[in-house]
Design a protein around this ligand. Structure first.
Ligand SMILES: Cc1ncc(COP(=O)(O)O)c(C=O)c1O
Length: 440
C-alpha cells in the first residue's frame, strides 16, 4: 500500500488564502469567537483535513470531538444527499416523517439499560441540556440541580448555569438559574483525599451538601459528564458512577448523563455509561451523533419523559437531513468502528505513555477508546499545571501538520475522528514527540 499523502505543509499556515479569510473574519465575526489557531479549512477525508492553501493535517481533535465518522464519509455524504433531495424540514414537533421516527426508535433501543426509553431531538448539545433541565423539573416537580466543578454543559442559560469550567464562560452573564449546586468531580490524579477513596470523598461531599445546604427532596437531578470533557478529559474511578447511581436512586433524584462529548462510540463503547453498567434516567447526546450535522437528543426513561404535548418542541430539531446523517453515523460506528476505536485508542494511549517516560512535563495520561487526556505539569511532585504549554503545543504542531486542542488548565485532549488509522497514530505521535522536544 502506498504511503498516505499527508501530513503535508506547503506553506506555513496561515498561507495567503487563509490569511485573507482570517482578515475578513476579524472585521465582521463576533468578538466572542476564540479561534484557537490559524486553521482555515477547505475540505477533509477520513482523519485528514486540508486547508485553503493546500496544507494537509492529521486531525487529533475532530472539530472538538464531532467528526465521528471522519470527513466526507461516503455513506454519510450519500445519506445526506439523498435526504436533501427530498425535503429539508417539516417541523417534527407537529408532523411525521420516516427518518425522525426511525432515529427516535434507534436511540431508544441503543441507550443503556432495560427500561423503555423515549427520545426528543434537538439541534445542538446545549439545547438538549436545556430541554433536560425542563424535563427533570417536570418529571419530579422538584427545583434544584447538582452539577460538577469542571463541567461544561453548554452556553444557553440553563446549560451555562450548570457549566463550571472556565469563569469567562459565565462572567458578566449573571444572574444564573437559581438552585444549581456544584460539587467536585472525582479526579483520580488531583482529588485530595484523607485516607478515603476518591469516590468516597466525592459522594461524601454530596452527602454533606444534603446535610448543610439543600434537602435531597428538593433535588430534581444530578447532571454529570461520565467522562469529563472540556474540564480536563478526566476518567472517574471505576466505582464512582455506580455509587452516584445508587445515591440518586436512594433519594429519588434523576441521574442525567451528558454524553454529548464522550458518547457515540468515542469511549470504545457506544455510550460511556456502559463501562460501568449504569443506566441513567436521562442520556444526552449531540456532537458526534450526526458526524457534524447539527443534531442532538434527550433519551429518557419512559417513566420520566411524560411531559404533555406542546410543553416542549423545536422547529428544526431532528430535521430529516440531520436524522439521515445520524442514522448513517450510528450504523457506521456500531457496525464498523467500535473495534477500531479500541485498537487505535490502545495504540495511542500506549504511545503517549512512552512519551511520558521521555518528557517529564507529562504528568498524567488517561483515556478510554479515543477519549484521551494528557496532563502537563511543571513538576511531577507538586503537579503544578504547566498552563502555557498546551497553547504553544497547538501552535507548533499546526506548523508540523498535526491538529491538537487543549482543555482544562493544562490538558491536551486527544479526540480524533473515530476512523483514525495506525498510520495516523504513529505519525501524530512522532510530531507530538518532536514538538515536546522543541518546547521543553
Ligand atoms: C459535554 C458537553 N455538553 C454540552 C455541550 C454543548 O454542546 P453545543 O456546543 O452543541 O451546544 C458540549 C460542547 O462542547 C459538551 O462538551
Amino acid at each position: 500500500m502506498s504511503q498516505p499523502d499527508y501530513p503535508r505543509i506547503v506553506t506555513a499556515p496561515p498561507g495567503p488564502l487563509g490569511k485573507a479569510i482570517m482578515d475578513k473574519d476579524a472585521q465582521y465575526s463576533s468578538t466572542s469567537y476564540i479561534k484557537e489557531y490559524p486553521l482555515v479549512v477547505s475540505h477533509g477525508r477520513g482523519a485528514m483535513l486540508e486547508d485553503v492553501d493546500g496544507n494537509r493535517f492529521i486531525d487529533f481533535m475532530a472539530g472538538i470531538a464531532v467528526s465521528a465518522t471522519g470527513y466526507a464519509h461516503p455513506t454519510v455524504v450519500e445519506a445526506v444527499r439523498e435526504a436533501a433531495g427530498k425535503f429539508f424540514s417539516m417541523c417534527g414537533t407537529d408532523f411525521y416523517y420516516p427518518s425522525m421516527s426511525a432515529l427516535c426508535e434507534r436511540l431508544a433501543l441503543s441507550a443503556p439499560g432495560d427500561s423503555k426509553k423515549r427520545v426528543f431531538l434537538s439541534n445542538s448539545g446545549t439545547e438538549a441540556v436545556e430541554g433536560a433541565i425542563k424535563l427533570v423539573r417536570n418529571s419530579t416537580r422538584r427545583t434544584d440541580l447538582i452539577a460538577f466543578k469542571g463541567a461544561f454543559h453548554g452556553r444557553s442559560y440553563g446549560a451555562m448555569s450548570l457549566t463550571c469550567s472556565k469563569v469567562k464562560q459565565r462572567a458578566s452573564f449573571g444572574p444564573m438559574l437559581p438552585g444549581v449546586h456544584h460539587v467536585s468531580f472525582p479526579d483520580p490524579y488531583r482529588t485530595l483525599t484523607d485516607g478515603r477513596s476518591v469516590t468516597e470523598t466525592v459522594i461524601g461531599e454530596i452527602e454533606t451538601l444534603f446535610l448543610q445546604k439543600v434537602s435531597p427532596d428538593d433535588v430534581a437531578a444530578i447532571f454529570i459528564e461520565p467522562l469529563l470533557g472540556e474540564g480536563g478529559y478526566i476518567i472517574p474511578p471505576a466505582d464512582f458512577m455506580p455509587a452516584l447511581r445508587a445515591l440518586c436512586t436512594k433519594h429519588g433524584i434523576l441521574l442525567v448523563c451528558d454524553e454529548i462529548q464522550c458518547g457515540v462510540g468515542r469511549s470504545g463503547k457506544m455510550w460511556a455509561c456502559e463501562h460501568w453498567d449504569v443506566e441513567p434516567d436521562v442520556l444526552l447526546t449531540a456532537k458526534g451523533l450526526g458526524s457534524g450535522m447539527p443534531i442532538g437528543a434527550i433519551i429518557a426513561k419512559e417513566s420520566v419523559m411524560k411531559w404533555p404535548a406542546g410543553s416542549h418542541g423545536s422547529t428544526f430539531g431532528g430535521s430529516p437531513v440531520c436524522c439521515a446523517a445520524a442514522l448513517a453515523t450510528l450504523d457506521i460506528v456500531e457496525n464498523e468502528l467500535l473495534t477500531n476505536i479500541n485498537n487505535v485508542g490502545e495504540r495511542l494511549i500506549a504511545g503517549v505513555r512512552r512519551l511520558q517516560e521521555k518528557h517529564a512535563v507529562i504528568g498524567d495520561v488517561r483515556g478510554l477508546g479515543l477519549f484521551i487526556g494528557v496532563e502537563f505539569v511543571e513538576d511531577r511532585a507538586t503537579k503544578k499545571p504547566a498552563k502555557a504549554l498546551v497553547g504553544d503545543l497547538e501552535q507548533i504542531a499546526l506548523q508540523r501538520g498535526l491538529l491538537l486542542l487543549g482543555c482544562g488548565q493544562s490538558v491536551l485532549r486527544i479526540a480524533p475522528p473515530l476512523v483514525l488509522s495506525d498510520y495516523d497514530v504513529d505519525k501524530g505521535l512522532e510530531i507530538l514527540d518532536a514538538c515536546l522536544t522543541e518546547l521543553t
